[in-house]
Design a protein around this ligand. Sequence first.
Ligand code: PLP
Length: 366
Amino acid sequence: MSRRPGSTLLDWPTAVSAIPTPFLLVDVEAMERNIARAARLARGVGLRPHFKAHKCTRILERQLAAGGCSGVTCATAAEAKILAEAGFPDILVANEVVHPAALAELAAAAGRTSVTVAVDCEDHVNRLEATASEHRCRFGVLLDLDVGQGRCGMVPGSDTVLHVAQRVARSETLTLEGLMGYDGHAQHRGYRERTDITVRTGALLDVERRRLDAIGLSPRVVSGGGTGTLEPAADNSVLTEIQAGSYVLMDADYGRVGVPFGPALYCVATVISRRSAAEAVADAGLKALSAEDGMPVAVDPLIDVVGISDEHVTLRTDTASRLSVGDALALIPRHVDPTVNLHGTLHALHEDDRVERWAVDGRVDR
Ligand SMILES: Cc1ncc(COP(=O)(O)O)c(C=O)c1O
């Protein structure tokens, strides 16, 4: 559908024009191109696609169908439970899990498929072990390392890493699978910086891998990377899998730094005001688009998004723009994960103009 985004509603298939705005539209053809590209780029390493980017099992199925995946990644125990119930195998929760209710969700998932969880201290190990005993299940464990992002993770080179590794290895219900080192600080930068940080991350992980080798606990898995580092990380022999997520639908922030994937997700809005040749307002605000990383980007180059509030985006238009009240506007979200999380449905536009409703079925209401 490359001819459609940015055009007026009249140029779009009737099935799209009939959907009340604002809504999220997936360009299925562009999405499939991204999936195929990632599978090709990650060949030899392995992808473990991150569910948190889109929370849509219909999309995750297509990612796995492209081949070369070592399993799936998610961010929360609730997502793990949903994925296990939907029949997805080999789930990595690339995060620390602590709350008793969340641990019970992990156990429910582990009752159906293999579940691996990140830890960065002995307390995490104790909680996982107690949960496994209570629910008669097993968990895999990755030792989470802070490779520079400054979020969770143990300090590389510290005694804690070896201590926690040995603690897991002694457990009867946990299996030490390996290491995790997600370099979030590398992802949204220019190519050179992304590559340099990937090399540094690889070196840190390699040292940790050797330290584990030396105590007889060689890691089977070294997990990390994301959309921004997929290309350089695929050449980084230390990682055994890449946890990329955003590549499949993409967003304007990744578009800005030039990753090798194209936009496949649009928020479609309607122009509701055109009070001067230079100004317009459309009906998609913060309830339809996240903006913590900046404004969404209009596909039409004659339109700049200059403001966003609860129900509105404010647009500055070039005088050549013929945008009118009632026209449709395609906006590329600045950040895919929190944008999708605002919607219950993705409207999937196929090449033959068919539109399917795909549930954002990984969302949870507490
Ligand atoms: C632990 C972890 N792994 C992988 C990713 C994947 O990132 P992306 O969506 O940028 O590919 C993220 C994103 O925040 C993450 O937190």
